[in-house]
Ligand binder design. Structure first.
Ligand SMILES: [Zn+2]
Length: 203
């Protein structure tokens, strides 16, 4: 399962400082009492930004891997959360998704570009909608848009910031913000410890 690595480093700084070496997990999340053969299990690599590694641990009895995803990186998508935010911001400021993707993805045809953009927009809107209900004390006056959430938190980039505020709910929020299932996924998760960790997120 993915766990939050709380950090305010950018994705580039995370790689430059090899910050995965600073990640610490003192006890097994399933067996905090110990005795389960819990220990460090090296790292896995992500392609973007180049050189990215993610620290991970393994519980022998639970047969479970735990990976520490830093706040700057997307879950189950390549690259940084800020990149996702920049894409969605362009769409929010455009008259239509078609108009936006023609400026964002010049390298692929429109249908593919629309799918690429919607893989980012739909789960983020879904996560923002969930957060309005989950944390009404902070977000009840918000619309499920980045601009509205930025305004509420007074920040320039809100998605990495939301990892902090949404901490207890990350396992039910959809990626790339949360560590749960994608919207519309048929996968039923009775146990938050049972979802798999990918070696490298799909494009
Ligand atoms: Zn364990």
């Amino acid at each position: 399962m993915q766990l939050r690595f709380a950090t305010d480093l950018s994705a580039e700084e995370y790689v430059r400082r090899e910050a995965w070496k600073e990640a610490k997990l003192d006890s097994c999340p399933i067996h905090p009492e110990g005795g389960c053969g819990f220990g460090k299990n090296g790292t896995y690599s992500r392609k973007y930004p180049e050189g990215t590694k993610i620290a991970r641990w393994y519980c022998s009895i639970g047969h479970q891997t735990f990976s520490f995803l830093p706040d700057c990186l997307s879950a189950r998508l390549p690259g940084a959360l800020k990149e996702v935010e920049n894409v969605i911001e362009k769409v929010e400021k455009s008259p239509s998704q078609e108009d936006a993707v023609e400026r964002i993805r010049l390298d692929i045809f429109l249908p593919g570009a629309l799918r690429w953009v919607r893989r980012r927009i739909l789960p983020i809107r879904s996560a923002l909608t969930m957060l309005i209900g989950l944390i009404p004390s902070m977000f009840s006056a918000c619309d499920p848009t980045l601009s509205s959430f930025r305004c509420a938190l007074c920040v320039t980039h809100v998605l990495p910031e939301l990892r902090q505020h949404a901490g207890p709910f990350l396992h039910i929020l959809p990626p790339p913000l949360g560590f749960g299932s994608r919207p519309g996924s048929k996968k039923i998760k009775n146990n938050p410890f049972q979802h798999k960790t990918g070696t490298d997120p799909p494009l």
